[in-house]
Design a binder for this molecule. Structure first.
Ligand SMILES: [Zn+2]
Length: 151
């Protein structure tokens, strides 16, 4: 069951993706889609800046890299930051059973809505995730506002 899974270990994959994004000059948000049996299905990171594509969020990138899956109920979306509405919608659309977020301090996204919808949401409140994105936003506030759709 999900309670036996070391979510902090899974989060390291998402953090590595976020750091890769930062190294590429992009927004440091990463994600990974795991099966509950521990298999990594796909991982990715936000590439708005790198590819000029506002639809490539960490979660959507990981989801696409995972390819076609028969079902998602037994999968875990692990992300360094609480998923935005767009990515929360993806979780709902495909019935992803569990969402693990590195932090929701910087941005809360749709996690309350996901919880109300029966999705198991685990917030690890990870300081590394908070510092990584926080540092980027302080240096690039306009890119961040663009990413979350704020003027
Ligand atoms: Zn998103």
């Amino acid at each position: 069951m999900s309670t036996s899974i070391d979510y902090h270990a899974l989060l390291q994959t998402a953090i590595a993706e976020a750091r890769q994004g930062l190294a590429e000059g992009g927004i440091p948000i990463g994600a990974a889609l795991y099966h509950q049996d521990g298999r990594l299905l796909g991982c990715g990171h936000n590439r708005r800046v790198q590819e000029g594509d506002p639809s490539v969020h960490g979660e959507t990138d990981a989801f696409r890299k995972a390819g076609r899956q028969r079902r998602y109920r037994d999968t875990i979306m692990v992300t360094t930051l609480a998923p935005c509405w767009y990515c929360s919608g993806l979780v709902r659309q495909f019935n992803i059973g569990t969402v693990v977020v590195g932090e929701s301090v910087t941005f809360q996204g749709g996690i309350d809505w996901l919880r109300e919808s029966g999705v198991e949401v685990v917030d690890l409140h990870d300081q590394e995730c908070i510092d990584l994105l926080g540092g980027y936003i302080r240096a690039n506030p306009e890119v961040w506002n663009e990413d979350i759709g704020e003027d």
